[in-house]
Design a protein around this ligand. Sequence first.
Ligand code: SAH
Length: 218
Amino acid sequence: MRRSLEDSYRHKGLRKKLVDTVREKGIKDENVLEAINNVPRHFFLDSAFLDVAYVDKAFPIGEGQTISQPYTVAYQTELLQIQKNDKVLEIGTGSAYQAVVLAALGAKVFTIERQKKLFDENKLFVYLKQYPNIKFFYGDGFQGLPTYGPFDKVIVTAAAPEIPPRLIEQMKVGGKMVIPVNNGAAQQMRRVTKLEQGIEVEYFDNFSFVPMLQGKNA
Ligand code: SAH
């Protein structure tokens, strides 16, 4: 993959327009909008796709996977209510765009990817060195990261068949998980709050994600 790591005035201008689009679609959290404005999304795509980087759409990144739509990234991030220094577990690193948006908000991010090729690609992605508050793992998100928990927040960026019980176990009491759960052809966004006993679930809009799959893929 060839990346262009140059952020021109043109890119900055396109990003401002993208922020306007995301705001018009209903995102209100100014910190989230500022993070979208500050993170150069074109860095996360092959340089052949520079022109689509600031269109509010998901885009293929190889291995049949996608970089999430900016609106979706903003939506999930807003629901997470990130506080500085929150420990956040992300399932589905993909391009690492969502992970960087979380890190830009001051979170300590632990992100897991099951596709070895995508995991390896991020090791070569020099821009990520600016974010020592993101730790990358190759593994199965259904298992989470028991030795690094408990987490304040969990974000799942693939379509989950159900709320994975291991991830609930790894949340702090009062912690929140934002997860798209299969509901026919689409997924309904849910926000799960862990209580002293059990969980509380809130239901939000429908989205379309690539599937959350079991196990690792070499
Ligand atoms: N957060 C990403 C979105 C990537 S799409 C971004 O900002 O670009 C979802 C990703 O989840 C894919 O890369 C897919 O390989 C990964 N994935 C699917 N099931 C998984 C699992 N069980 N554990 C870890 N990653 C998984």
